[in-house]
Design a protein around this ligand. Sequence first.
Ligand code: RIB
Ligand code: CA
Length: 354
Amino acid sequence: MSETTPRIPLIVDVDTGIDDSLALLYLLASPEAEILAITCTAGNVPARQVAINNLAWLELCGAGDIEVALGSEVPVLAPLMTTEETHGPQGIGYAELPAPTRSISERHATQVWIDAVRTAPGQVIGLVTGPLTNLALALRIEPELPRLLKRLVIMGGSFHHSGNTTPVSEWNIAVDPESAKMVFDAFSGLPDDRAPIVCALDVTERIEMRPEHLQRIAAAIGDEDAALSPDTPFGSRSQARNPVLRHLTDAVRFYFEFHVTHDQGWLAHMHDPFAAAVALHPEIVTLRPATVDVELGGTLSRGQTIADYAGLWGREPNAAVVVDTDPAAFFDHLIDRVSALAVRVEEAAGGGSH
Ligand code: RIB
Ligand code: CA
């Protein structure tokens, strides 16, 4: 990427989370990404823990000047649901990051969203890799937000694919279905190239991280580390020299153990870094216009996302659903970027084998 490549301003709303963590590392590794702020919502773990996780990753990577704001600690209506069994007690698997020295921002997440789009109308990309609570609350205050954002990218939903929280609902939507519906309703009627890009399980469950992906990072930075070999005991910790690789491997191992325990194989679905890559480079996906809505009242189907591709509801489209991508090309891109970040972080700390 040349110095003249335009930077892409982003608001990143997260429920960090193991894959949210890798999404952040990817964005920090991407010179074209200008993270204006990180806004935190309850989801994988409580919102305050989410904020601490982001402060810690930012400090580890020498990006301690990026604002981390706390948002809603509960969904707008549903009782709070978290999933420490999936992401670990603190939400970053087995990783034990140095405690951050910085504090959470004084601004509320909704104010961060609103200030960002009012300051730079039509320029900011919104990326949400957690429940949509903060965005829904911001929309209540600033109904013009859909037209003030350049584009919204959401990791969430499941269309012609099993859910991962109920048989028909995906976690980010299931945590706060009311907020998800508010967001989809508010983003109706935008031009096709401004419609929210929806990265649902249909595609993100094809983004299967395997041990060799992390071993490629280890090899690229001269740091041998086979900590994710399937025959290492559960709970093993990485001995990698490089801090980014070590903490990332410890985080991801927990996710591998969760997936294999749930009969999905020795792998980890990397939903959020994929959505982050789409936010920077939407050309890596194939999109299909749709009208998306969220079931709220179904006893069995609450939280289900439904896509009308044929105009059967007679409603304006409000989404551009990701229907295809090249997972291998995504991992090549991710590995290149995160490897470069790992080297930069280690060199900044005065270490490294280069
Ligand atoms: O369903 C997967 C999504 O839910 C990911 O964003 C994961 O981090 C959790 O938030
Ligand atoms: Ca997430």
